[in-house]
Each structure stands twice: as structure tokens, then as C-alpha cells.
Design a protein around this ligand. Sequence first.
Ligand SMILES: [Zn+2]
Length: 280
Amino acid sequence: MSLVPMSELLVRARRSGYAVGAFEVWNLESIQAVIGAAEGLAQPVILQVGPGEADYAGMEDIAHAAIFHARRAKVPVVLHLDHGDTFERVMQCLNHGFTSVMLDVSHLPYAENVAATKEVARVAHACGVSVEGEMDRIGGGATGIDVPDDAHLTNPDQAVEFVRATGIDAFAVAIGTVHGFYQGEPHIRLGLLEKIAARVPIPLVLHGGSGTPEADVRKAVSLGIAKVNICTEFVAAFADTYAHEHAASDFRYNVPGVFLKPRAAARQLAEKKIRLFAGL
Ligand SMILES: [Zn+2]
């Protein structure tokens, strides 16, 4: 169906009570796995590239590959910059045809985050590109916040002000999910999400979807989450299957023998998540 901006897709999703899956891609196989899964279920999907994937694959290389496959897809596909680290990175994405961007400067003081995000929204919107914003530091990964406490969670009043001041199209909530796999039991604050959703009318984004209990994800989607990010679980589906196949192949290297099953496993994982987010 082609490459589309993110905002209309997510507005429709929030209004209709489903969420669109956003999966990290870094090579041809991962792009094919995600688009194949979405086409098989006739659902829209988001391909995401973060700084790590961009530096690994090359920003221009991964953008061209993703856009080539998105344009041929039978379903709407978004190409999104996940956790953009610099203004320059955002500009590169606009130049290479991304249809959505995020600048993550949530480590900066609030006022600086607002100013930088607002500037990104101004420039991206002029190019017809959607913008996701993050106000709080969502835990996990390199943040040093492994188990988010209340101080790291989204304040609904401040969220209203952040969304209004920046002009973003989608807002990433901090409700206790973490990036990567959880260390200990996940504690997702669905009550807090309900309060945020009651005040913030734009589509909400759940980061740290990997390993989050399915019942919590379903409830979060029913409360207003319109995009769920899946990175770790998707990469793991590919990498773990690869490791297994590689060892089982007796180290006889042939491409289909080593890579067919990892790609199929990644596609299966994406299918499972898309079903969950869409309520299929
Ligand atoms: Zn994230």
C-alpha cells in the first residue's frame, strides 16, 4: 500500500482501540520479516531505526532498503526514527525519506527538552513527517533506571503541557515499562496510564514492549496506547534462532540453511505481537 506518515495511522488506531506494532530493523531479513508479518495479517506496521541500527547498517542504506520494501507492501508502512540522539540525525532522516521521527533528549532539563522537541516538530511537520516525543526517561538500556520508581514516571499535568508546548503527534509514556528484558517482575501502572489518557488526546506510545505481560499490553491498548515498540524480543527471535541453526548446521555454511529459520522466527514473533496489539 505504501509508505505513510505515522500520525493519521495512530490517530485512527487510538480512536478504534488498537495499536500498531513498531519493530526495530537493521537489515534486509528484519525488514522482510516485519512487512511479511503485517501483510499476512493485513495490518499496518511501523519499521523503526534507532541510532544503533543506523550506525550498524548505515543510515542511507537502511532507509533505502526499508523504503523500497515499504512502497511495495500491500499494507501501510511507516519508517520511523526511534530515540533519535541528535538534531543532525533527525535531519538525515528527513533527507532520506523517513515518515516519522523522534528526538530523545529526555535526559536534558525539561525546558531544554521542550525547546528541542518543538524545533524538531516545526521542521518535520514542514516536511509532512510525524513526530513522537518523550518527556520522561523510560528505564532500562543504558539509562541506569532498571526498575523505574514513581519519580521516573509521567506526571499527567506535565504531559498535557509538554504535548501542547511541543506540537508533537504521539507521546511516549513512562508507566513502568523498561527497555530490554525486565530485571524482576514488571510493574506497569495502568491507573497512571488511564489518568494520562484522560488528559492527553493524542496517540500514546508504549516503549519497552518486550517482555511486558500480554494482559497489561491489551489493557494499555484499550486505554489509549496506539503504538507499541518491540526491539529486544524481535532481535532475540532472530539471533537466538540463528545461534541454534548455526550450531546445528555443523558449521557448514550455506545461506538458506543458516538464515531462513531466523527470518521465519522473527516474522512469527512480529505476527504474534501484531495480533496482540490489534486484538486479533
Ligand atoms: Zn524506547
